[in-house]
Write a protein that binds this ligand. Sequence first.
Ligand code: PLP
Length: 462
Amino acid sequence: MTGQAGEAFDTAELQRLDSAHYLHPFTDHGALRETGARVMVRGEGVYLWDSEGRRVIDGMSGLWCVNAGYGRSAIADAVHRQLLALPFYNSFFNTTNVPAVRLAAKLAGLAPPGFQHAFFTSSGSEANDTAVRMAWRYWQLMGQPQRQAIISRRNAYHGSTIAGASLGGMDAMHAQGALPLPGFHHIGQPSYAEHGRGMSEAEFGLAAARWLEDKILELGPERVAAFIGEPVQGAGGVVIPPATYWPEIQRICDRYGILLVADEVICGFGRLGAWFGCETMGMRPDLIAFAKGVTSGYVPLGGVLAGERVAAALIDKGGDFNHGFTYSGHPAACAAALANLRIMQDERLVERVAKETGPHLKARFGALAAHPLVGHAESIGMAAGLDLVRRKGATLHDGEPFARALAVGMLCRAHMFDNGVIMRAVGDRMIVAPPLSMNCAQIDEMIDRIRYCLDLTLADVG
Ligand code: PLP
């Protein structure tokens, strides 16, 4: 068998080497040794092929990142040209490079008003670390260095660096080390399904936002630096907050002067039908962390967009900001981003999510709620989630979940994987976030496959 790049390979041999040498992220290697890893070798549009020639429709955009789809030669060509012209030079010591400058200016044009400055990293985790360091530095410069507490939400994912994992609210991550770091605090996530019993969605949105106010008052407003959240929580299970949530969070941050950081690593670059998720959800953040979709994942790149308030302090009062990465503003990564953003604009991908593909996904995915195994199905833009339940309820809050030990979500995910569609399981919540380039006919194909796999899962557990 050969891959697209032309090299010969043997699946069994690759699996043996993989098992012998490769430590994967977030993976139980004991279990992986039993099954062997699936070897992905090629992508085109919204499809992937594995080393055995099996085709799958990618419902997860790789890992929420391949927004423009696979096989974009314009991105590959731009990177190739840049690698030949200047593969690397740093942006420290008063130097810069052409793609980094152009990308910073391009992002200033795409971002919400007031975001005129970009800092570059290589990942979303580094972007969030950078946002924390910017927030701390901002408060120092404002003469309030005691403002160090950072508030985020339980079940949030903000990355795997030590600050990223501290910001995140994942118990399983905290349990494997001395995390979270002191000074990182968490409030509940705005999941109506989980916490909203007895309230309307609008009431719950306000109540969940006020958990932030409670936490600020508990810590002392004069000690709080920033609140960080994803406009719509992605890895937590596509948790779409009620419309009342973010405006109330904004009011609370404004009231206590606290910086608001939008983690747009997933929501940025069109996922919710606007260039940035904060625009869809009614937030006015001070800092925006981004990664993933900025290059459609072709080359690693992340960063932070600094709004006027923070940028003015850092630039006008700050002197050196003692923070940076060798690969900040990497020329090839920035060239990939520029080519990717050009494709997204030429093909009007963001507008199509808002007006065409997002509404189509909503209609087709929402209809899965009629399946006997599905308690609730919802979507926003090109992100969607459904809950697998033993028994449906009359309302969102009185269905009967499966026993955790049955791991029905993992069973369902395995059926998807074996039957040509990639969907992710977060407990018993199944989620998709397909490439923004997926057209309506391909959405139909994805939903038909999902429905078939729900039938297979039902047959297993029914
Ligand atoms: N923030 C969010 C919302 C994410 O979903 C992720 C990754 O999935 C990250 C941060 C971390 O990004 P990276 O894996 O590029 O470090």
